[in-house]
Design a protein around this ligand. Sequence first.
Ligand code: BT5
Length: 344
Amino acid sequence: MSSTREQLIELLAKQGGSFVSGQWISETLEISRTAVWKQMKQLEKDGYQFEAVPNKGYRIVEVPHKLSANTIQWGLHTKWLGKEIVHHDRISSTQTTAIEYAQEGCDHGTVIVANRQSNGRGRLSRQWYSDNDQGIWLSVVLRPDISPMKAPQLTLVTATVLAEVIEQISQTTPAIKWPNDLLLNNRKLAGILTEMQAEQDKIHYLVIGIGINVNQSYQEMDLSVREIATSLQIETGKTFHQTTFIQLLLECLERRYQQYLDEGFHLIKASWEQYAYKMNKEVTYQTGKAKQKGFIRGIAEDGALLMETESGRIDSLYSAEIDWFSSDPGATVRKTLTSKQQEN
Ligand code: BT5
């Protein structure tokens, strides 16, 4: 059950920029006019600003940028994504919590977001460093009516959305490294973790975890990833409002997700390929024992990476060891630095 303050913000948020009378608020929330006024004073301390006009009532004119379910919902233009937002200051992992919510039957579109994660996770039990409040760490619960075979496409939908939103917000163009990394200047800016529970032909839930390094300085990046990771702040010298970022992200994700369901994967595929890292470039990769060279030619409908082999054949890769950075001199320097750090 939400507190009176949360209910008050929700009430005012729903009115957009319109005035609401103190009388109406007090009747709706079943509290006295004095209590309404006291709550408003508290909200002002949190950074909310109200305009009060006699005979008209109140309206919110300024919402603080502090991350909370309310500040995200305020001005969020989505139909279903983020209608339910659960915010924590510090949590083990939004992904783990989102899965618990999903198992308990939460709604499609529920979002779990945290300022920090003490135990953020990547794929294959790898660590995702996020015990700082400078990034965006959130997980979205989806219940798509699609075949589980198509689930990998939703990671690609999400990667495309991240690239588009990052570009819109920061005026920098990230690259999508198949299947789930976003890079800026060859360093990892964001990652996506997709997990699902499904039967043979039905997805019960799919949880998409998104981690984006936003306002960290170089020194604030965890030592173990400092030489391979980056943040928007490091790349642009600017800081970004996390709330606005999340709102744009959720709006774009809802739009692209709907487009994907209505029109299929081809529009996403085209956009993904525009951002693809090393598109039409040669890389070395290993699927079985043998190492080989090939040119990246895009992605297939099922999310596989299309690789043109030296003999001109197009192979679909579902998982492969790809040496993304071997022909990139900058990467060699980074590798040296990281291994040096590990020795120390
Ligand atoms: C990923 O895994 O890139 C998926 C990351 C998903 C994180 C989100 S945050 C919200 C939600 N809650 C969670 O607990 N997780 C999700 P993967 O491709 O396995 O990459 C992991 C690797 O990225 C690590 O082994 C490090 O090398 C590197 N890494 C770890 N933390 C990083 C960071 N903050 N920035 C850049 N790279 C990082």
